[in-house]
Design a binder for this molecule. Structure first.
Ligand SMILES: *Cc1c(COP(=O)(O)O)cnc(C)c1O
Length: 391
């Protein structure tokens, strides 16, 4: 980022109680694998209404472990949306599987359940059905998971919800992460997300077998549970590696920060919603389309994206974007469609394969949105945006 950025698109909010929580861990016996992890896991599980929560080193690690827990491997297919961070697709490739995409709904910028249904029908005929589908709650708005879950039942795939943007969001009366319509839900606690642990992530599930696999794979595939060992313990030192896992543990320092942040999640989201509502009202008359919010969905508002209406706007996205950056406003773009990245082009994808995501991308700008953004700063952003659009 250039150093003239005064207002970033997103940032963390850390207060004295967060700092105290971290310092307390530093003064304690345990920096990792101590009591703060379990406490953070239990509190997130309770908040979301999920049976199990497994804390890991970052959201990408949570996606990777989730794919492994769902037994994704070579020869399998995983489908996600092109309008996401690359990690939602990369996680399948880590497991040796292949990736494909389902185009977005131009209203919500989320995976379209209609296009998913059509693609499944075609894939069924060709015997190329996906093992796992990874819908992403883009910007914090939950996907249309009821429809996706019905399709999962019909075609026999599992649902891995990438809710990196959406902790605290609600869908049909239940918290994101409750897994009412998903097998595993994943959060990221990167500093731009809703709550942070510095780096961190979590996988939530209601299935005890999936939870056990997630825990095992988080720590090298090693167990000290005599109930699952191949033979009797040889002594107090004894453990067994049952599978090829990873070191994807979170530290207690991070978990303590997370638990402290979680206490403020509703407060964070209330402010984000208020700011989003103020953007909605102020930008109503402009040639822009914010994400349409669907009935039954309560967004956590990780992002506030405006899609420039290319036909009505007199200025290009590039001009508006760089004009705002010059005013010290740290606008960003979420996302360059994953399938257009050079790495994915080499796998054979062409930009026009997913035209909705491409068209969306060409007009997308993320405006600053975070808990600490003041009304005055927001007024400044709105003013400058109007100016750049009419210039
Ligand atoms: C942030 C993010 C991730 C990855 O999370 P990390 O914690 O940065 O690894 C995955 N998916 C989406 C949609 C994200 O926004």
């Amino acid at each position: 980022m250039p150093d003239n950025i005064l207002i970033p698109y997103g940032r963390q909010s850390i207060d004295a109680s967060d700092i105290e929580a971290v310092v307390n861990v530093l003064r304690s016996e345990w920096l990792t694998q101590g009591p703060a992890i379990e406490r953070f896991e239990q509190e997130v599980a309770r908040y979301c209404g999920a049976a199990h929560a497994i804390a890991v080193s970052n959201g990408t690690a949570a996606l990777h472990l989730a794919c492994l827990a769902l037994k994704v491997g070579p020869g399998d297919l995983v489908w996600t949306t092109p309008n996401t961070f690359v990690a939602s697709a990369n996680c399948a490739l880590y497991c040796g599987a292949s990736v494909d995409f389902v185009d977005i709904d131009p209203r919500t910028f989320n995976m379209s359940p209609e296009l998913l249904a059509a693609k499944l029908e075609e894939a069924d005929k060709q015997g190329r059905l996906p093992k796992v589908v990874v819908p992403v709650d883009f910007g914090g708005q939950p996907c249309e998971l009821k429809q996706i879950a019905l399709l999962a039942k019909r075609y026999g795939f599992r649902v891995l919800e990438d809710a990196s943007h959406a902790i605290g969001g609600e869908y049909c009366g239940a918290k994101v992460g409750s897994n009412a319509y998903a097998d595993i839900t994943v959060f990221s606690f990167h500093p731009v997300k809703i709550i942070t642990t510095g780096e961190g992530g979590m996988a939530l599930t209601n299935d005890p077998d999936l939870a056990r696999r997630l825990r095992l794979l988080r720590t090298h595939g090693i167990t000290r549970d005599p109930g699952v060992m191949s033979k009797a313990s040889e002594g107090g030192w004894y453990y067994e590696q049952l599978e090829l896992g990873f070191n994807y543990r979170m530290t207690d320092i991070q978990a303590a920060l997370g638990a402290s942040q979680l206490q403020k999640v509703d407060q964070f989201i209330a402010r984000r919603r208020q700011l989003a509502h103020q953007y909605d009202l102020a930008l109503r008359e402009l040639p822009l389309h914010p994400a349409e919010q669907l009935e039954g969905c309560c967004s956590a508002y990780h992002l506030y994206v405006i899609r420039l209406d290319q036909e009505r706007a007199s200025r290009s996205r590039r001009d508006v974007f760089s004009g705002l950056r010059q005013e010290g406003i740290g606008v960003n773009v979420h996302y360059m469609p994953v399938h257009t990245q050079p790495f994915y082009r080499r796998l054979g994808f062409k930009p026009e394969d997913f035209p909705n995501a491409l068209h969306y991308y060409e007009g997308a700008i993320s405006l600053p949105l975070y808990y600490g953004l003041t009304d005055e700063q927001q007024q400044y952003i709105i003013e400058k945006l109007k100016e750049k659009l009419s210039a």
